[in-house]
Design a protein around this ligand. Structure first.
Ligand code: ADP
Ligand code: MG
Length: 276
């Protein structure tokens, strides 16, 4: 049993405080969905977990099975059992996915793994064309191909905990189902998942045990899967503009009004500028 734990996690980037005390615990076999409007800090959370340069932990703790992750470089976090499927997978000219995984697995264990066979097996399950396995990592791949590629890497690397940052963006409906069902299969083998998404659709195939709403760098509500359905119907407005101080929402958001200005229509618009 593995537990990724964040307590009162504060994260700043470019001298701006983005996350204001996030509490979250993801254990083996669990699926936690994090939903929230654009600019809420979802990718910041995933980058801070993985230790991307520039994302500074300003308060609280980030631990994997009680081990402090905050001082570890990204590769050591990966070796400890974390994986991040990036919102915008990086292109790496000159290195194929097979070579990448061979090196990663050789670092993790002395056990010989036939990466090529494992990749072919996984590629078939999620409909990733074989010729892409020899192409430079993510170079000239469509958005959907990149996300399938991330899923194949996840399945071959077989981490303890996976963070999926908008795995569904760029995937067509069949690919979404194939990738999500593959990951759901991995959760049955013990994978813990932190799944960042805007849409309930992904959770149809990768059902969440817990849903958390992140607004303005804070988790403003947590609940069961019904929360994701509610959100898709109602949007985030009640979290952004609540006047009911007893809910603590307007207080929580007030400290960061500048960054909570992204409107509900923006969050719902699949064509909105993802960097906005
Ligand atoms: P989300 O993924 O929820 O849409 P992000 O975590 O990407 O939100 O961004 C949250 C805020 O942090 C945004 O205002 C964004 O501009 C800012 N931010 C994130 N990463 C960086 C960075 N590397 N440099 C400057 N600002 C950043
Ligand atoms: Mg993001």
């Amino acid at each position: 049993m593995t537990v990724l734990s964040m307590k009162n996690l504060g994260v700043a980037v470019a001298e701006q405080q983005i996350l204001h005390g996030v509490d979250l615990e993801v254990a083996s076999g669990e699926v936690h969905a994090v939903m929230g409007p654009n600019g809420a800090g979802k990718s910041t959370l995933s980058n801070a977990i993985m230790g991307k340069a520039g994302y500074q932990i300003t308060s609280g703790s980030l631990e994997l099975d009680g081990q402090d992750l905050s001082t570890l470089p990204t590769w050591a976090r990966a070796q400890a059992g974390l994986f991040l499927a990036m919102q915008y997978p990086t292109e790496v000219p000159g290195v194929s996915v097979r070579e990448t995984l061979e090196l990663a697995l050789a670092e993790r264990s002395s056990q010989e793994i036939d990466v090529q066979s494992r990749l072919l097996e996984e590629a078939e399950k999620i409909g990733l064309a074989n010729e892409l396995l020899e192409r430079a990592l993510n170079v000239d791949m469509s958005g959907g191909e990149k996300k399938r590629n991330e899923t194949a890497q996840l399945a071959v690397l077989d981490p303890q905990i996976a963070v999926l940052d908008e795995l569904d963006s760029g995937l067509d409906i069949d690919a979404l189902r194939a990738c999500a069902e593959r990951i759901e299969g991995m959760t049955e083998q013990g994978l813990g998942v932190l799944c960042i998404t805007h849409y309930h659709r992904l959770l149809d195939y990768l059902p969440a045990d817990h849903v958390h709403i992140l607004v303005g760098g804070r988790i403003v509500e947590s609940g069961g899967p019904e929360l994701a359905v509610e959100l898709e119907a109602e949007g985030y407005s009640r979290f952004i503009e609540s006047d009911d101080e007893s809910e603590g929402v307007s207080v929580a958001i007030g400290g960061r009004s500048q960054q909570t200005s992204s409107s509900i229509s923006e969050a719902d618009d699949p064509f909105a500028d993802p960097l906005a």
